[in-house]
Each structure stands twice: as structure tokens, then as C-alpha cells.
Design a protein around this ligand. Structure first.
Ligand SMILES: [Zn+2]
Ligand SMILES: [Zn+2]
Length: 254
């Protein structure tokens, strides 16, 4: 079995074919789906999907850095209310995004640190989005780290040195479609890393792997990521699936 540790399958992109999407993923051995929250606008859809597929879909709760705007305090309140009400797989996705917009950088930091605190308080992992902000996110985790804190740098695209710092903190690297892109440089990093701290993800509907780059991403395409890792590490696809699945189970403790 392969676990898609990060996919937004509840978005309207999948409204026309959601059951078929799950079937296609299952046919490619992708059997579990971790659903990161974005903001309050998607919570109902995300929880509905979890209810429809209780053995396979697991919701997280949090506020995405790109959704940190003027009303971020209200948004955080809604997310924390949910965390007090029931168990979630993780806090997230949270983090910093300096790629799209830097207007709310200070607020992004506040929201990120607040959510790292939640991960500690509710004893669940934190799922970190670090677009053009990997060193800054590492700094926040270093500063706030304690023995109970764990999590994943999802869609990791940083350097070998950054990867090693993340592993040193006991965190995981979420590897997705970017690995299959030429010129991304990530392949060279993965080649040099042990698999012990690597989990796989699609971030569907985004970041579609080659050969479907540019189209809508879906969890069935996770096989292209697993194949690429196998090729780089000189391992069988089965071995990579086994190790990354064991890692994902450790990460989410299920
Ligand atoms: Zn993200
Ligand atoms: Zn995401």
C-alpha cells in the first residue's frame, strides 16, 4: 500500500469524478489519503469527504499561509474550535509562503507559530508549507522544538543541507511531483538521502508529475513519484512503497 500524505481531494476540481478518482488510486495501490485544510471555506467539504471514506481519508485542521489575510485571527479561532472538538490527523497545512505575496509576512509568522503550538498541545504532527521559505520555516521549528513535536515539510524542494537539518529535527520530507521535473535539482538531493525520513504526496490537484505535468493531479499519479525514487535509489518500487508507507504511519501514528 502507498499513502498519499498530502492531497486536497475535497476541492471542486474533483466534484465530477470523486468516486472514480478513489478507485483509480486504489487500483494503483494508493490506499490512504491525508487531507490538509486550507481555510474555513473548505472545512465542510473536507469533513464530508472524510465521512464518505472513513477508512481511507483523514482530515487535518489548520490555516494555509496563503489564506493568512486581514481576518486571520478569526480564521485561527475557527480552526482551533475544531481542534478542541475532535481528533485530527495533523495541524496543517501551515507554514510560510513568500512566493505569492509578502504583504502578510508578519501575520504568516504569527499564524505559523500559533499552529506549531497547537501541534504540541494536541500532540499531533504539524504539516508545513515552505514555499520560498524553507530556511525561515526551519528556524521557526528549531526555535519551538521540543521532544513531542514532529511533522513534515510537505512538497520539500530545498537543498541537501536543508534536508539534513530537517531530518536532524526528527521531521519528515514530503516528496511529490516536483521530483520528476527536469532541472528541479531535487533528484540530486534525494539520491544522497536515506529513505528513513521520506514520505510521498501528490498535493493534488497541484504539482502533477511528469508525464502529466500541466494537467490536474490525482492520487493515482503517486506511482510516478515512487518510481522515480526507486530509480534514484536503485531499489524496487515495492521497497520504496513499503518504506515510505511505514514512515507515513510513524508520522501520523496510525
Ligand atoms: Zn502546500
Ligand atoms: Zn497542499
Amino acid at each position: 500500500m502507498i499513502i498519499d500524505t498530502h492531497c486536497h481531494l475535497y476541492l471542486d476540481d474533483f466534484d465530477t469524478d470523486r468516486p472514480a478518482l478513489i478507485e483509480r488510486a486504489n487500483a494503483e495501490s494508493v490506499g490512504r489519503f491525508y487531507l490538509p485544510a486550507i481555510d474555513s471555506s473548505i472545512i465542510d467539504r473536507m469533513l464530508k469527504m472524510e465521512q464518505d471514506y472513513p477508512a481511507q481519508c483523514f482530515a487535518m485542521m489548520g490555516l494555509h499561509p496563503c489564506s493568512v489575510k486581514e481576518n486571520f485571527e478569526e480564521e485561527l479561532q475557527i480552526a482551533e474550535d475544531w481542534l478542541t472538538r475532535r481528533k485530527f490527523a495533523a495541524v496543517g497545512e501551515t507554514g510560510l509562503d513568500f512566493y505569492w505575496d509578502r504583504t502578510f509576512t508578519a501575520q504568516q509568522y504569527i499564524a505559523f507559530k500559533t499552529q506549531v503550538d497547537w501541534a504540541k498541545k494536541y500532540e499531533i504532527p504539524v504539516v508545513i508549507h515552505s514555499r520560498q521559505s524553507t530556511p525561515e520555516c526551519i528556524d521557526v521549528i528549531k526555535e519551538m522544538h521540543d521532544d513531542s513535536l514532529s511533522g513534515v515539510f510537505h512538497c520539500f524542494g530545498g537543498s541537501l543541507q536543508e534536508a539534513l537539518q530537517i531530518i536532524e529535527l526528527g521531521f519528515y520530507l514530503g516528496i511529490g511531483g516536483v521530483l520528476t521535473y527536469k532541472n528541479a535539482g531535487l533528484a540530486g538531493v534525494i539520491e544522497k538521502l536515506p529513505l528513513d525520513n521520506i514520505v510521498v504526496e501528490t498535493d493534488a490537484p497541484y504539482l502533477t508529475p511528469t508525464p502529466f505535468r500541466g494537467k490536474r493531479n490525482e492520487s493515482a499519479y503517486l506511482k510516478y513519484v515512487v518510481q522515480k525514487i526507486a530509480e534514484l535509489k536503485n531499489m524496487s518500487v515495492e521497497e520504496v512503497a513499503d518504506v515510505t508507507t511505514a514512515n507515513a504511519k510513524k508520522l501520523f501514528d496510525r
